[in-house]
Design a protein around this ligand. Structure first.
Ligand SMILES: C[C@H](CNC(=O)c1ccc(S(N)(=O)=O)cc1)Cn1ccc2ccccc21
Ligand SMILES: [Zn+2]
Length: 260
């Protein structure tokens, strides 16, 4: 049912009532302090093998807009960096703010970006299903990419042009052969730390890999995300989908490592 959201009555500060892990020891997102992040020479580069990736559909799940991928084999994986084996791409989605506001989940020295893209991968070497991996401490790897407003992003149009098809919660439409490689910045330098899902059920199962370099998207492209609705077609109260981000959570002694 609808037991959580981003509003006054069901927002992040109340999630602990139904999801006590919200006050856990490895919650996400966090505020990243580059000076405190230890440069770890043993941290190799991350490798993204997205060439044969197969997107299936794009959907509005009432919390974000999600592009799902075929994950029955290792055609699209992330590996290297802090990861001991390849993790399979399952979906990607975004978090964003209101007009002219900030909307990223991770922040860098208190600075937040307009939006944050999450590419969600699961450890299919150790676990049978995504659901099982989602509850395991080494089950998921999420690649976070900051979006800042600036020039038009030439490939983001493929996504923003499809958003009108999934305006309402529960809507889904075909979205074939989109390769998320086109959404990556030029540098794959990153910060990494052990954290959680940033939405309920807030499982502490995520190895976070946050890229240092943001990608630029135009204000016009960002405005198309804000025409999405949290609410379904049948609901009379139309609620614009924006500010769907959780604020930074306590570090609780965790170490953030830097690739370089
Ligand atoms: C946990 C899952 C629902 N949540 C997520 O998949 C998820 C993924 C990434 C993030 S974030 N913002 O941290 O990147 C947050 C939530 C429910 N679920 C349980 C079993 C299962 C099987 C297939 C699909 C969904 C399933
Ligand atoms: Zn996310």
């Amino acid at each position: 049912g609808h037991d959580w959201g981003y509003g006054v009555e069901d927002g992040p500060s109340l999630w602990h009532q139904n999801y006590p892990i919200a006050k856990g020891s490895r919650q996400s997102p966090i505020d990243i302090l580059p000076q405190t992040a230890s440069h770890d020479p043993s941290l190799g580069p991350i490798a993204l093998k997205y060439d044969q990736c197969t997107s299936i559909n794009i959907a509005n799940n009432g919390h974000s807009v999600v592009v799902e991928f075929e994950d029955s084999d290792d055609r699209s994986v992330i590996q290297g960096g802090p990861l001991d084996n390849p993790y399979r791409l399952k979906q990607f989605h975004f978090h964003w703010g209101g007009k002219g506001c900030r909307g990223s989940e991770h922040t860098v020295e208190g600075h937040s970006y307009a939006s944050e893209l999450h590419l969600v991968h699961w450890n299919a070497v150790k676990y049978e299903t995504f659901g099982e991996a989602a509850t395991a401490p080494d089950g998921l790897a999420v690649l976070g990419i900051f979006l800042e407003t600036g020039d038009d992003h030439r490939w983001l149009h493929t996504i923003t042009d499809a958003l009108y098809m999934v305006k309402f919660k529960g809507s889904v439409t075909n979205f074939k052969s989109f390769n998320p490689k086109c959404l990556l910045p030029s540098s794959l330098h990153y910060w990494t730390y052990l954290g959680s899902l940033t939405t309920p059920p807030l499982h502490e199962s995520v190895t976070w890999i946050v890229l240092k370099e943001p990608i630029a998207v135009s204000e016009k492209q960002m405005s198309k995300f804000r025409m999405l609705l949290f609410t379904g077609e049948e609901e009379d109260q139309r609620m614009r989908m924006e500010n769907n981000f959780r604020p930074p959570q306590p570090l609780k002694g965790r170490k953030v490592r830097s690739s370089n």
